[in-house]
Design a protein around this ligand. Structure first.
Ligand code: DQA
Length: 137
């Protein structure tokens, strides 16, 4: 089974960025623990701050991977184009958020991703990614 974890803008700063909200672990360190835990799965990881690169990656894996775990960061709340890309591919996508976006500012309650995904997991810290992977098993 092939699963891609796809992180959007500012998530390269995990560990340093607003640690009260997003924690103090880097994603690279967390990814290593996921690789250990899900040793039978072929896990891939890609991060970009650029909307078009996220779309290109969805197109690249969208007909040959078994799942995508997508944290589109702030693009979640703005990107019609990422929403359309998810609609256009066959691979199921799970939307994840580290924080509980529904307990934060109103603009974070809107998602252009959610109508096009299999499910949404938010608010469990980095564990949100773990739960999303488990949903594909
Ligand atoms: C986030 C929530 C978004 O609102 C925010 O813009 C992020 C991170 C999260 O994982 O909690 O960059 O997607």
């Amino acid at each position: 089974m092939k699963i891609l974890i796809l992180n959007g803008p500012n998530l390269n700063l995990l560990g340093k960025r607003e640690p009260k909200i997003y924690g103090s672990l880097t994603f690279e360190a967390y990814f290593k623990s996921l690789e250990k835990k899900f040793a039978t799965i072929e896990l891939h990881y890609f991060q970009s701050n650029i909307e078009g690169e996220i779309i290109n990656k969805l197109h690249e894996v969208g007909f040959n991977f078994d799942g995508v775990v997508l944290n589109a960061g702030a693009y979640t709340h703005t990107s019609v184009a990422i929403g359309d890309a998810i609609k256009g591919i066959e691979t199921p996508v799970i939307e994840v958020h580290i924080s509980n976006v529904h307990s934060r500012e109103d603009f974070r309650h809107i998602s252009f991703i959610a109508p096009n995904v299999k499910g949404v997991i938010a608010g469990f810290g980095l564990k949100s990614y773990d739960l999303a992977i488990q949903s594909f098993l």
